[in-house]
Ligand binder design. Structure first.
Ligand SMILES: [Zn+2]
Length: 395
């Protein structure tokens, strides 16, 4: 059963739990026949083949077509259809790098189902290094869109009808917005069993619970019956090696979990569901010196940054209001009163137990690599970074 029935019809039921967890579902003849005829943008992709498709989504002033590049991989055997999309915000490039590695890196041996890879959704924004669409709308607040609506709304609708409506699961790859970086974390409605399943399988240490804003791709995809998560990792306008490795492992993990690829899901040393977070904000204008990096464990009362005046004198220290893990932080040293400096995920387990899990687990080189690769343009005390791993150095 696809999602076509929802398109243009009455609103789909909210939070519908997917019944797609049972792989047997794909073995019935009707489903196999339907999936054997897979086509996208008017191009048919036979089972066992892959195609690069240019799917028309809009037009230039000249009337020439603007096309969405889509790479489709189909296994010989039936199974779930999964999309991986990137750059719905046109300046968020890490996900595009992940998709390139999926296509050109170690080959994906897809045993079951169909994988749809969309390296850039907001082509308009990509061209001008912008998060937004040319009509200044945010594409990720415009789903499911309308074929009679604004430029952005029509692009959203085309993507929804041609891609999401054909899919059983989705992964949408994001980075932080300008001037900010995120420790790699997945986000989704963890009260939905199928969303929770792929969020956990992806394998990030932090899983942030939430449906997402109205009109966001993940919220509207889930509403339409396609369980979808997002990855939030790193900075915009960059392709960061550690984030690529995390994204690649995550997509492969989800494909393994869904029985589309052979192999076991690789699990991290610790994994936390995040239901609460707090922001640390600047109290006075000044220049920051940081004492934490993305992923650092911070104890309540620990200084996350020192705010200096323009002649370098210390004005105040910004303290963690609770035990937390740095989910995101600014990459700009300059702040005005009220501007966010750090976003802390509040852990549901003690930091001591998390440190122990990191120490006792297999040497997790990827965890350390991603921590080294993030926020490289920010000056941070090494001692505080080491505190995460070694449990010392608390201020
Ligand atoms: Zn984004």
């Amino acid at each position: 059963m696809g999602l076509r029935k929802f398109i243009g019809g009455a609103s789909p039921p909210a939070n519908r739990e997917s019944k797609r967890d049972n792989p047997l579902r794909f073995n019935d003849n009707a489903s196999m026949a339907k999936r054997a005829r897979f086509s996208l943008g008017g191009v048919t992709v036979p089972a066992g083949a892959s195609r690069q498709i240019r799917m028309k989504i809009s037009e230039r002033y000249t009337g020439d077509p603007i096309s969405l590049p889509v790479h489709v991989v189909r296994a010989k055997r039936s199974g779930p259809t999964v999309f991986v999309s990137a750059a719905v915000h046109g300046d968020e490039l890490n996900g595009m790098g992940v998709i390139h590695d999926l296509i050109f890196g170690e080959p994906i041996e897809l045993t079951h189902g169909t994988l749809i890879l969309v390296p850039v959704v907001n082509i308009f924004g990509l061209e001008v290094q912008s998060r937004y669409m040319p009509d200044r709308r945010d594409l990720n607040r415009s789903f499911p869109g309308s074929s009679k609506g604004s430029l952005t709304s029509r692009v959203a609708r085309a993507f929804f009808d041609e891609i999401i409506s054909k899919c059983d699961y989705g992964i949408d790859l994001h980075t932080a917005a300008g001037g900010w970086t995120n420790f790699p974390n997945v986000r989704g409605d963890l009260t939905n069993r199928s969303v929770r399943r792929i969020a956990k399988a992806f394998g990030c240490e932090l899983m942030v619970n939430g449906k997402g804003p109205d009109g966001s791709l993940r919220r509207e995809a889930v509403r339409a019956g396609c369980p979808t998560i997002i990855l939030e990792a790193g900075e915009p306008l960059k392709i960061e090696p550690g984030v690529l490795a995390i994204g690649l492992r995550g997509v492969r993990n989800v494909l393994r979990e869904l029985g589309m690829m052979a192999g076991k899901v690789e699990v991290p040393a610790y994994q936390l569901r995040v239901d609460k977070s707090v922001w640390v904000r600047a109290e006075v204008g000044g220049i920051l010196r940081f004492h934490v990096a993305p992923g650092t464990f911070v104890e309540e009362g620990m200084a996350v940054a020192t705010n200096a005046g323009i002649f370098g004198e210390t004005q105040n220290q910004l303290l963690a209001p609770a035990d937390g893990i740095v989910l995101g932080m600014t990459t700009l040293p300059t702040v005005k009163p009220g501007e966010p400096v750090c976003h802390l995920a509040l852990p549901t387990r003690s930091l001591r137990s998390l440190r122990k899990a990191l120490k006792d687990g297999k040497p997790n080189t990827l965890y350390h690599q991603v921590r080294k690769d993030l926020a490289t343009n920010v000056s941070v005390s090494e001692q505080e970074i080491d505190a995460t791993v070694h449990g010392g150095g608390e201020a």
